[in-house]
Design a protein around this ligand. Structure first.
Ligand SMILES: Cc1cc2nc3c(=O)[nH]c(=O)nc-3n(C[C@H](O)[C@H](O)[C@H](O)COP(=O)(O)OP(=O)(O)OC[C@H]3O[C@@H](n4cnc5c(N)ncnc54)[C@H](O)[C@@H]3O)c2cc1C
Length: 403
């Protein structure tokens, strides 16, 4: 009898799992369950070109519809998996529909962290995670004058850059003392802070939003005991892993579904991949990654393991962010690091920050600096030790840096 693999979550990891399972030779039944009305699509453009209006919706989709038909993957879209019965090996959907599995992949991604303060449910307060979110936000951009960005992380700053390009007044409210603090080093934060201010963005650091104010719709933001005009607010204060389904099924969960190096959960018939997971990274830290690379790679490794060919997931994480004319590319995990080496002059808008741990390159953050990023990724993977003064010397091309 042929085996049946069910994938919960029609996103980045889910789409990759379908491709990898078929490429790896899986010939059994394949079913994908997704709660959005769409086939899997890429989210990164949502806060960039799709919000700007320069990328059509069709270009968001990861694969054409024909791909799923050719892969003989049954697509059950617009319907959420509600429970997993591990004893019976069945996923329950609404209306009493059940989907049996032999092996299950949970790829349910993450959801936005909602802000809890007075007025948070006023019309005009937006979040950004899905096509549906942008389709609501874009028309509001047409009529708004003052945009509040709540949270100076990647997504907030990307939205801020788009809003400035569209000529809107932008104020960023950041509770911490520098932008993107959770994700990048201080030199990178400082550079992006200056870039946004130079572009006309008002950045308020150490400033948490206390309330959204307005009658019937958002009109102002109260922060630091002052009121600032705002027609719309976009809240980007982090995400939470969608791990409740797994938790309720009795899997080991804690800020993400715990998986082993083969993306297997605490149930030998269930794997998980992408934003919803927590795993031991290359350096042994127990981490939860929120990026395309992790979703793709974990799906590949989960597919191999489901096919009975497990290989340990030890890829170097990477990430990017587009703001204005700047491409920020990050590889590796920056913390803990012993020292930072800045290569190039931030004023040239082309530079990189290397993070060293025991003199080996642990991470690189590159701004408009593709060679630093590409070679940096290789150095991280190989654990190469390089004298800091050599890394900082821009007279030595990156391709010769280890010579
Ligand atoms: C605006 C934005 C910009 C981003 N920019 C970047 C970037 O520049 N670079 C980068 O590397 N990463 C970026 N990311 C992050 C990246 O998109 C995610 O890390 C990636 O999508 C994770 O893939 P995933 O498959 O784990 O989850 P997702 O792609 O989110 O897919 C999970 C799917 O599962 C569905 N689902 C959840 N629960 C259920 C259920 N019970 N039943 C059925 N379906 C369910 C969800 O609705 C969703 O459709 C960005 C994310 C956003 C939102």
């Amino acid at each position: 009898m042929s085996e049946r693999i069910v994938i919960i979550g029609a996103g980045q990891a889910g789409a990759q799992a379908v491709a990898s399972l078929r490429a790896d030779g899986f010939t059994g039944d394949l079913v994908m369950i997704g709660d959005e009305p769409y086939a899997p699509y890429q989210r990164p453009p949502l806060s960039k070109t799709y919000l700007m209006g320069t990328l059509d919706r069709e270009r968001l989709f990861l694969k054409p519809d024909a791909f799923y038909a050719e892969a003989k993957c049954e697509m059950m879209l617009n319907t959420a998996a509600q429970t997993i019965d591990r004893a019976k090996k069945v996923v329950a959907l609404k209306d009493g529909i059940t989907v049996p599995y032999d092996k299950l992949l949970i790829a349910t991604g993450s959801r936005v962290r909602e802000i809890k303060c007075p007025g948070a449910d006023l019309p005009g307060v937006f979040y950004l995670r899905s096509i549906a979110d942008v389709d609501k936000l874009r028309p509001a951009f047409e009529t708004a004058k003052n945009v509040a960005i709540v949270g100076g992380g990647y997504i907030g700053l990307e939205v801020g850059a788009v809003a400035r390009k569209r000529g809107l007044n932008v104020t960023v409210y950041e509770a911490l003392d520098r932008v993107m603090q959770r994700a990048v080093s201080k030199p990178i934060s400082d550079f992006y802070d200056k870039t946004h201010r130079d572009a006309g963005v008002n950045i308020l650091l150490n400033t948490g939003v206390e309330a959204f104010e307005g009658t019937g719709k958002l009109q102002s933001i109260r922060a630091g005991a002052k009121s600032y005009p705002a027609d719309i607010a976009v809240v980007g204060i982090g995400i939470l892993p969608n791990d409740t389904l797994a938790k309720e099924a009795g899997l080991t969960v804690g800020d993400g579904i715990h998986v082993d190096p083969h993306c297997q959960t605490s149930d030998p018939n269930i794997w998980a991949a992408g934003d919803c997971t927590r795993h031991h990274g290359r350096d042994g830290n127990h981490i939860r990654l929120e990026c395309v690379q992790n979703a793709i790679d974990q799906a590949k490794f989960a597919a191999l393991a489901m096919m009975g060919r497990p290989a340990p997931y030890r890829e170097v994480p990477w990430f990017w962010s587009d703001q204005y004319d700047l491409k920020l590319q990050i590889a590796g995990l920056a913390w803990p690091a012993d020292s930072l080496v800045v290569r190039g002059d931030p004023a040239s808008r082309k530079f990189a920050v290397f993070h060293l741990r025991d003199r080996a390159v642990a991470a690189v953050e590159a701004v408009n600096a593709a060679p630093e990023y590409i070679v940096g990724r290789k150095l991280i993977a190989e654990g190469t030790k390089i004298p800091p003064e050599k890394l900082a010397d821009t007279a030595i091309p990156m391709k010769n840096i280890t010579q």
